[in-house]
Design a protein around this ligand. Structure first.
Ligand code: NCD
Length: 311
């Protein structure tokens, strides 16, 4: 059983703990394929989705995951929460705690918000994405999808392409891949790289075409327009020409290499429609895995007994 109270940064977790989450998610995935997709596991538990930044798939995925485990799930969005009236995050945390909630999923523009919340609450905290820092459940669902599609994670070479500087997906994914024994390469134009990209602990490439034939997985990132201060690119068209996946680039990929994307996709920018809809793309499998992985995370953090998976 994992020994953590929270899931905030993926590097807090060991290879064995990550494997346990993925194995547990596998049994929940089977439940999700049943006609009746409900288990009594979290009956009587209260889960709060505190989303202070835009989200479609992550919020919905956590909500479905909580409901499939029979938890009571309450959604708060930025506009309806008191943070928009000036309440501090610490006060929000103490208020939610006073209502005896069991687990809070938080998405915030501020890096470190989940850690701060955890310090002020008795409840378990799951990071649903904090600024450009981390998005650990995205990395876990990506790992699950990779394992299901390619049979392993260890030994694979994964190119993570695009907005390395502003995407929180990179922060968790590079770390998880290294913990699991894979080799990440971060790929993008210098203007979308952090100041010292080598500090990420991945190989760095400024051109996609040089490394594309080596990759087992081509992981495309969305340009985080909402987080850009100045325009780092001459045009999205030029970016697509140099870093986008199109039919021609798919021909340079390894025969069994797959295409991943956390969504939402900017069609025509990071992927052409042909690439996004091709057999190589596992983007909807990632979404599908997300529910099972989030069920596993909630189940393991909240004690893990009597899952009813076998019933
Ligand atoms: C990611 C996010 O919000 O960081 N999306 C997601 O959670 N599925 C990636 C993104 O928005 O680019």
């Amino acid at each position: 059983m994992i020994k953590h109270k929270h899931l905030i940064d993926i590097e807090d977790y060991s290879k064995e703990e990550i494997t346990e989450i993925l194995d547990t998610a596998k049994s929940f995935k089977e439940v999700n394929d049943r006609a009746i997709k409900k288990l009594p596991t979290l009956r009587g538990r209260t889960i709060i989705n505190l989303f202070m930044e835009a989200s479609t798939r992550t919020r919905t995925s956590f909500e479905i995951a909580g409901k499939r485990l029979s938890g009571d799930v309450i959604n708060f969005s930025a506009s309806s929460s008191s943070t928009s009236k000036g309440e501090t995050l610490a006060d929000t945390a103490e208020t939610l705690d006073a209502m005896n909630c069991d687990l809070v999923v938080v998405r915030s523009k501020q890096e470190g918000a989940p850690r701060l919340l955890a310090r002020h609450m008795k409840a378990h905290v799951v990071n649903g994405g904090d600024g450009k820092h981390q998005h650990p459940t995205q990395a876990l669902l990506d790992a699950f999808t990779i394992r299901e599609t390619l049979g392993r994670i260890e030994g694979l070479t994964i190119g993570i392409v695009g907005d390395i500087a502003h995407s929180r997906v990179v922060g968790s994914l590079v770390r998880l891949l290294k913990i699991m024994g894979a080799s990440p390469i971060v790929i993008g134009p210098p203007t979308l790289m952090p100041a010292c990209p080598e500090l990420l602990g991945a190989r760095v490439s400024y051109t996609l075409d040089d490394v594309l034939p080596e990759l087992d997985i081509v992981y495309m990132l969305r340009i985080q327009l909402e987080r850009l201060e100045a325009s780092p690119l001459p045009s999205l068209r030029e970016y697509a020409m140099l870093y986008g996946i199109n039919t021609k680039r798919m021909r340079s990929m390894k025969e069994d290499a797959i295409i991943m994307h956390p969504g939402p996709i900017n069609r025509g920018v990071e992927l052409t429609a042909e690439a996004a809809d091709s057999d190589r793309a596992v983007i909807l499998d990632q979404v599908n895995s997300g529910v099972a992985v989030r069920m596993a995370v909630m189940y393991l953090l909240l004690g893990g007994e009597g899952s009813g998976v076998a019933s």
